[in-house]
Design a protein around this ligand. Sequence first.
Ligand code: GAR
Length: 202
Amino acid sequence: MRRIAILASGNGSNLEAILTAIDSGQIQNAQVVAVISDQEAAYALVRAQKHKIPSRVFRRQDYPSREAYDRALIAFLKAEAIDLVVMAGFMRLVTPEFVAAFRNRIMNIHPSLLPAFPGTRGVADALAYGVKVTGCTVHFVDEGMDTGPIILQEALPIQPDDTVESLQARIHTLEHRLYPQAIDLWVRGKIKIRGRRCFIDE
Ligand code: GAR
């Protein structure tokens, strides 16, 4: 049984989608054993509680540096024997030490077709730029910002009357399908990484 920790800063709708996929058996041989947030008020924590999953808050202001913060996270995740770290709307850039501690075992989801529009405003930036197609990306986390090997990616057309909210909603729907799919592939050992490229053997 693979042990998953989910890191979330906000609403946690992706967390919910992953939990639903596990409950329904779409993802097997995996359990979410911890939910971690850097925000005490994150609704993701309420969702964790509803699902009876232990949660922990790590507040950045309680640590003297990013390095110290990440070291505390690493210690917790190691103590919990976590196999896969899943970032679901976790709005922090992790340190190289964190990446090294869980190399190729940290996933992130991003609301654009990377490498376009990295950062915390992927949806708004794509809309403002005027691209006609955007989408979402699930990738492994490396030392850069949203630069790691891409696992799954799916495109979505932008409509003339789209707002950030309407586009965000469609991207979320896509994310809720793609993230459980990527996690399932990882749990079943179907993702091979060669250089920057991920290959899925089904
Ligand atoms: C998701 O759309 C995710 O792609 C995005 O935050 C949202 C979290 O939603 N992540 C990033 O922008 C990371 N740079 P959720 O809290 O409802 O899962």
